[in-house]
Ligand binder design. Structure first.
Ligand code: ADP
Ligand code: G6P
Length: 457
């Protein structure tokens, strides 16, 4: 039997324009390497249904149903109110609950049983993101000896913060059941190794892999990317100006799920400060596209109100009858329109306080006209900043620093814009979606297989 690829992630595409990096990148990568994609059905059920086929623009995926309690305690609860803030350095936003943790473990156990029922011994299993840290442990406990890889799309947590978990020692144990753990950046790898260094059960082998009890895991960085040619082509398409008659003179673009990790309030505040000192006679805009996400979680409701307040305040203070400085759209937009907006923008602001990679930064660069490119302002705390060092790097906590970056970006001479764009584009092309998946899968396939475990009779 040929070896199939089984990819597992909580979110799978289901017709809507995707507005999360995982689905965008994996869609591009799996389109090239093929394979089964398993994830949560967009509609809830009893939580006991078998895997179902679902359609997404001509592609078939397999979906498991979450119950309403799974949705609130596993997805909104443990995944997005504990692990997400933990990994994005907002431990103050963590909402601990024993029910969340129990449900997280239960959903992982159930998804594990479903995968075990369809996986053949030669299949390669690729698990994605923080929703499924324990999935390989579950699969190993069911007797699977397949090669199983894990890719974490978000930042790896800091050792000290892991103590907020009820059983922090489980964390290294969960990861050790994977043959390969892929992380976005070299800094993530360093944080992961620090966790193993602090664990007396771990031993470092000469090839750099970690031996943990009887299991060996390789830990490496694989910076994720986009389908560059596809995005570039969509951006350069000859189509009507997406702004129609209301085209701004010159604008900054921001595109993010409305998440507190994206640092949008300070991006707005810095833009307000820039407006105070901008060159006379200029009427720049900030076009912010921020679709809602995880709206039932209090922290997301708070950030939505905060942003609306800042946008309202700034527009009230600066707008004129024929100019509105902040255009804020609180929904998803079509990717082809998004690509063209990026190409029209003079500046893109990515100001995350923590971010696995940030694909928006790569999309902006890919969309530019190399003859007259815009400028990328990029937070030092986004994974993308590790390699894209020719962007205008900023500290998202420092409003003055970001104000100065807006000033420099709007005033930057063509030659400097071109040089910075060429350097960033080289990174975007070198780390595209196809090579990300290809490299990860090549390393996973070369890993030493796990010995079958004794299944209790
Ligand atoms: P995250 O994965 O945290 O959401 P990324 O920047 O890595 O952040 O990925 C976000 C992806 O979602 C990008 O491909 C981006 O273009 C897309 N996206 C974000 N907001 C929108 C939107 N309003 N409409 C369409 N696509 C969006
Ligand atoms: C990030 C995470 C993904 C998640 C996406 C959108 O990219 O790494 O796992 O799918 O955000 O979030 P959502 O909660 O809507 O799936």
């Amino acid at each position: 039997m040929p070896s199939r690829l089984i990819a597992v992630s909580n979110r799978i595409p289901a017709g809507e324009p995707p507005s999360g990096g995982l689905v965008v990148a994996l869609k591009d990568a799996l389109a090239l390497s093929g394979g089964l994609w398993i994830g949560a059905h967009p509609e809830t059920g009893t939580g006991r249904e078998p895997l179902e086929e679902i359609q997404d623009n001509g592609n078939t995926h397999l979906a498991f149903r979450l119950s309403e309690d799974d949705l609130s305690d596993y997805y909104l609860g443990y995944a997005n109110s504990v692990l997400w803030p933990l990994c994005h350095r907002r431990v103050d936003l963590i909402d601990m609950s024993a029910a969340f943790e129990a449900r997280y473990r239960a959903v992982n156990a159930r998804v594990g049983r479903m995968i075990a029922s369809i996986a053949r011994p030669e299949d390669v299993i690729w698990v994605h993101d923080y929703h499924f840290f324990p999935l390989a442990s579950e699969l190993r406990a069911l007797g699977l000896s397949n090669r199983i890889g894990f890719f974490l799309h978000i930042p790896f947590p800091e050792l000290g913060s892991l103590s907020v978990l009820s059983q922090p020692e489980d964390f290294s144990d969960w990861l050790a059941s994977y043959n390969l753990v892929g992380l976005q950046t070299r800094a993530d790898v360093a944080r992961c190794l620090e966790v193993y260094r602090a664990d007396p059960r771990a031993e470092f082998l000469v090839d750099g892999s970690v031996k943990f009890e009887d299991r060996v895991t390789e830990i490496r960085s694989f910076p994720i990317g986009i389908d560059v040619e596809d995005f570039r082509t969509q951006a350069a398409r000859d189509a009507p100006d997406p702004f129609g008659r209301a085209a701004p003179e010159s604008f900054v673009i921001g595109v993010d799920r409305l998440d507190y990790s994206k640092g949008i309030p300070n991006r707005f505040r810095a833009f307000g400060r820039y407006l105070e000192t901008r060159p006379e006679g200029s009427y720049p805009c900030l076009v912010q596209i921020a679709p809602p996400t995880r709206e039932q979680v209090q922290a997301y409701q708070d950030i939505t109100s905060e942003l609306e307040e800042i946008a309202g305040h700034l527009n009230g203070a600066f707008a004129e009858l024929d100019w509105v400085p902040i255009r804020y759209i609180h929904r998803s937009i079509d990717r082809t329109v998004l690509a063209r907006l990026h190409r029209r923008a003079r500046v893109c602001a990515v100001t995350s306080i923590a971010d696995g990679m940030n694909l928006v930064a790569k999309e902006f660069v890919a969309a530019q006209d190399p003859a007259d490119p815009g400028v990328l302002i990029l937070s030092r705390f986004a994974g993308a900043a590790e390699d894209m060092t020719d962007a205008l790097l900023v500290n998202p906590y420092d409003i003055d620093d970001m104000t100065e970056a807006y000033r420099r970006a709007f005033a930057m001479p063509l030659e400097e814009r071109q040089a910075r764009h060429t350097a960033c584009m080289e990174v975007v092309q070198r780390t595209d979606a196809a090579s990300w998946a290809k490299q990860f899968l090549a390393v996973l396939r070369a890993c030493v297989p796990t010995l079958p475990r004794q299944v209790p009779s």
